[in-house]
Design a protein. Structure first.
Ligand code: FES
Ligand code: FES
Lengths: 141, 141
DNA sequence: ACATACCTGACTAAAATGGTCAAGTTTAGA
DNA sequence: TCTAAACTTGACCATTTTAGTCAGGTATGT
């Protein structure tokens, strides 16, 4: 089970953004330099964050991105959902009655993985961008 | 974040094994048929489970595998560790002082991922094979 | 005008995944 | 003793996913 870079970078970039967007929009170039993330990759990520209304974009010189919501209302779940970082512990299709083995009932561990998925998602639902900001106050410029 | 087949199959196979090993050793062929898992793949998995002393093997005709411990003492952690299904949420090396971005300090989200890792591992530490057996009693033959 | 910064889509090298295949060795039971 | 069941080991491989890169755009403040 591992977290992918896409999810990790998305959160990292948003924390950075949240720290600096008080006055001006923040350019991806700045985030790229500060956090050591490829600019081209960041653009892919922010395209999705924008589609999901987590950030707003401002084009042109001095442009950049700004949060579209209160940091308290941006949960990790929202971020992960936006960049398609999904938690998948079962192999079967959840809606179907069929199991992962092609049989007509769910496998003997299905419930376990379902529990696990809920357990992990709970973590993401309870963490907001605000929580992460408080954690890093001392680093604020 | 997804669970790999190796980990999922390992647990699935052990639950199956635990249910049937009361009297005789259970052959991988039986597990393969009952659970719909490739026999060759199971062999790889059980080789690791054996090395980690979770199961014992009995060779020859009528041979098979038997649990090497009480189901209550086999936690998911042990199983996952045995088959190298590890939870990895950070990108950096934990021991190092360096961050995932090549910089000299940990990145701004490092602590978050660390928390997440602990959160997930806690789930695995608290679940034993015994718990899974009880859950499936009604299916016992 | 022009530099800055967003926007979009195609492309790809490398790694991980989820197995298969081949060639054994051991042992119970006929 | 012969044979088939079942464990043992290691190499191999197709496909998918990941983690980006690259090459073009378009919008806009100064
Ligand atoms: S994981 Fe859902 S049936 Fe096996
Ligand atoms: S994840 Fe550890 S430094 Fe970024």
């Amino acid at each position: 089970m591992k977290l992918t870079s896409k999810g990790r970078y998305a959160v990292m970039a948003l924390v950075d953004l949240a720290r600096f967007d008080n006055i001006n929009p923040v350019s991806l170039r700045d985030i790229s330099l500060r956090q050591g993330i490829s600019l081209d990759y960041l653009e892919q990520i922010f395209s999705k964050l924008k589609k999901n209304e987590i950030v707003k974009s401002i084009r042109g010189t001095q442009g950049g991105y700004v949060l579209n919501k209160n940091p308290n209302d941006i949960k990790l779940t929202n971020i992960f959902h936006a960049v398609d970082e999904k938690v998948k512990t079962v192999q079967c299709k959840k809606e179907s009655k069929k199991g992962c083995n092609g049989k007509s009932t769910k496998c003997i561990t299905h419930n376990l993985w379902d529990e696990l998925e809920i357990h992990i998602n709970t973590f993401f639902e309870n963490k907001s961008l605000k929580d992460l900001l408080n954690n890093n106050k001392e680093k604020r410029v």
